[in-house]
Ligand binder design. Structure first.
Ligand code: HEC
Length: 111
């Protein structure tokens, strides 16, 4: 009987652990993919001489990027970010920009 309870508890712990890591995986994009998508979908307008002016992770702090993506509006609030890049890329682009923001551990310009 005691053994059954132990096994049950162990299973419960596993389930709890698995579900939290799944939730975190969902909310968190992939840094490397984000960098590639940033180049693909943003750099065309945000290079040094681009029409949108230069944009790199260093333009904002981590919390400023988070807020920017939460609002989701772009180009002086004239359009949605979703209209600029595919929705499934945005989570990764956000992760890249946040991870390398001006006040992050690894600040980075987009080379
Ligand atoms: C078709 C061109 C174009 C693309 C593609 C583009 N942008 Fe922009 N972006 C602009 C223009 C134009 C502005 C306005 C610049 C200004 O006001 O000086 C802008 C402004 C911005 C700003 C400044 C704040 C704001 O929204 O006004 C940020 C940050 C930004 N873009 C990020 C991005 C990101 C991230 C991507 C890729 C997901 C992206 N842009 C893709 C043209 C573009």
């Amino acid at each position: 009987m005691r053994r059954t309870v132990l096994v049950f508890m162990a299973l419960l712990c596993c389930a709890a652990f698995l579900s939290t890591s799944l939730i975190m995986a969902e909310a968190q994009g992939d840094d490397k993919k984000g960098k590639a998508f940033f180049k693909e979908s943003c750099k065309s307008c945000h290079d040094k001489d681009g029409e949108g002016g230069e944009v790199s992770p260093l333009n904002k702090t981590m919390s400023q990027w988070e807020r920017y993506f939460k609002k989701g509006v772009h180009n002086n609030k004239t359009e949605k970010l979703e209209d600029v890049a595919p929705v499934d890329q945005l989570i990764h682009i956000q992760t890249f920009l946040v991870n390398h923001a001006a006040d992050s551990d690894q600040p980075e310009t987009c080379g």
